[in-house]
Design a protein around this ligand. Structure first.
Ligand SMILES: *[C@@H]1O[C@H](CO)[C@@H](O)[C@H](O)[C@H]1NC(C)=O
Ligand SMILES: *[C@@H]1O[C@H](CO)[C@@H](O)[C@H](O)[C@H]1NC(C)=O
Ligand SMILES: *[C@@H]1O[C@H](CO)[C@@H](O)[C@H](O)[C@H]1NC(C)=O
Ligand SMILES: *[C@@H]1O[C@H](CO)[C@@H](O)[C@H](O)[C@H]1NC(C)=O
Ligand SMILES: *[C@@H]1O[C@H](CO)[C@@H](O)[C@H](O)[C@H]1NC(C)=O
Length: 451
């Protein structure tokens, strides 16, 4: 079309200029575009190099909540008026690779970033004073994690450390309290036995070394009525499986057991392949668990999948309990948004490698009063999530299923069972093993498909 215009005389001059312009400018524009392209490429390349080197992921603040992405992407202060969200935003900003590309190269060695940020929360005093008493206490000690160790196992890794040919396959880390001696004793004699434990299949190569450690805080002597510390010392000496820290052992402090355990694990137990972390009122099918874990290690690409390996009873898109009578009550002035995917705290299994990554990442995530949600948060900040397995029954068997002969052989864990029941169940497992040893693990959530 354009050339047609040039046939008319009065356009001729303009056309001549246009050709000159085209000759001069086209290379210039191409060159500029090329330069921009090269610069972009270099910038991306250096950013991805930083990521690979540090093995950290950036998670845009706001994406945690299940709302439309476009909305959250531009809103820097997403839920920023809630105390926890605001504190976390101040940390996230420090590690935002776009805002502060230099900071991301910093490792985790000097990382105690959760100690910052309180001064930035507007109106923090008034907000805290309106929280329930327990929450207030939580917030006031939220930035402290360096509690002293009262008791810890002598050898590496807790009970059972002997001359062994291979690293432990599984460490049982069990949340307990000073007064739960009966629970601990039942576990020691049954599913938590340390040393070499055979798997479910009847061959000598199936199985592995198991370790055990109980995670304790300090119970109120007044509430307890007696001072049990001397007794606990004896127990620790006898069994070598007590790991106790000097903080108040109450529900809102359970998260401390995770972060302090990860720290101890990274120092003392770091060669262990898997960690079981759970309550002292559960029943674990240890032989089947060992076989299941060994199978995971045999899968192709296992060394890669182990980076993110966490299985349990997974809860997705849960919202915080807003009813102030609930044990899990979280007011919206403290936390807003949904919880990330998390595995129910009754019992969960993850790889030792992931435990070490969680230890690092936890330094960049503020404590949260509910421990299993907190682990889910750390997973989210690692840019991953736990995987659901129907053999973890943290809400017990569906009706009728339990009475079947081999029911307990199809599960990895069930909550909740008394010490007496645990001992009985263990004996029963031995009795039914010949008939049930090859039943497969539960594969579907009958409970959930019925809904
Ligand atoms: C990130 O950089 C800012 C200034 O560039 C600095 O004030 C801040 O302390 C750094 N944070 C970390 C975690 O390195
Ligand atoms: C944890 O951080 C330390 C210090 O930055 C680093 O040496 C180590 O490799 C990290 N561990 C994992 C599993 O990422
Ligand atoms: C957790 O333990 C510490 C140390 O004993 C205590 O100061 C804090 O108040 C406890 N947290 C709660 C929520 O009670
Ligand atoms: C987000 O919420 C919608 C309904 O509000 C739900 O259907 C969807 O499954 C949720 N997505 C995730 C990832 O939880
Ligand atoms: C719970 O909430 C109700 C209504 O908001 C309030 O009247 C009551 O005092 C609260 N109870 C506690 C224990 O905070």
């Amino acid at each position: 079309m354009a050339w047609c215009w040039c046939r008319w005389r009065r356009w001729r001059r303009w056309c001549r200029w246009r050709r000159v312009l085209l000759c001069v400018c086209t290379p210039c524009i191409s060159l500029a575009l090329l330069l921009v392209y090269i610069m972009l490429f270099l910038a991306m390349h250096s950013l991805s190099a930083v990521y690979n080197q540090e093995n950290v992921h950036f998670v845009a603040s706001g994406t945690l909540r299940n709302e439309s992405f476009a909305k959250t992407f531009w809103n820097l202060n997403m839920h920023g008026d809630a105390i926890w969200n605001h504190l976390q935003l101040t940390i996230d900003r420090q590690f935002n690779p776009i805002l502060r590309p230099k900071n991301i190269t910093r490792g985790f060695e000097d990382g105690t970033f959760y100690e910052q940020g309180f001064s930035e929360v507007t109106d923090v005093k008034r907000k805290v004073s309106q929280l329930p008493q327990q929450m207030q206490e939580f917030v006031s000690s939220m930035q402290k994690r360096d509690y002293a160790t009262v008791l810890q196992p002598d050898g590496a890794c807790g009970a059972g450390a002997e001359q062994e040919k291979e690293p432990p396959l599984l460490l049982m880390a069990i949340k307990s309290t000073e007064s739960h001696f009966k629970n601990r004793q039942a576990i020691r004699q049954t599913w938590g036995r340390a040393g070499w434990v055979a798997g479910q299949k009847w061959n000598s190569r199936d199985g592995g070394y198991v370790r055990r450690v109980f995670l304790l805080g300090k119970e109120d002597t007044e509430e307890l009525g007696v001072d049990s510390s001397e007794f606990l010392q004896m127990e620790s000496k006898r069994y070598g499986d007590i790991l106790q820290w000097d903080f108040r052992d109450i529900f809102f402090n359970l998260t401390l057991k995770d972060v302090l355990f990860w720290s101890w694990f990274s120092r003392s137990c770091s060669r262990t392949r898997f960690v079981f972390k759970g309550d002292d009122d559960v029943f674990v099918n240890t032989p089947v668990m060992l076989t299941y874990l060994k199978d995971q290690l045999k899968k192709p690409q296992a060394h890669k999948t182990m980076e993110d390996f966490m299985v349990g009873d997974v809860i997705a898109a849960a919202s915080p309990k807003r009813d102030n009578k609930s044990k899990y009550f979280i007011p919206d002035s403290f936390y807003k948004g949904l919880y990330p995917m998390y595995a129910g705290g009754g019992g969960v299994v993850y790889s030792g490698l992931l435990a070490k990554r969680l230890h690092n990442m936890s330094k960049r995530v503020n404590l949260f009063p509910i421990d299993d949600v907190y682990v889910g948060m750390c997973m989210f900040w690692l840019n991953t999530h736990p995987v659901h397995h129907p053999a973890f029954l943290t809400f017990d068997f569906p009706i009728k299923e339990e009475v079947e002969l081999c029911s307990y052989h199809t599960i990895l864990l069930v909550h909740k069972r008394s010490p007496h029941q645990v001992v009985q169940l263990w004996a029963n497992m031995k009795k039914t093993k010949a008939q049930c040893w090859d039943v497969p693990l539960r594969e579907t959530d009958k409970k959930k498909t019925q809904l």
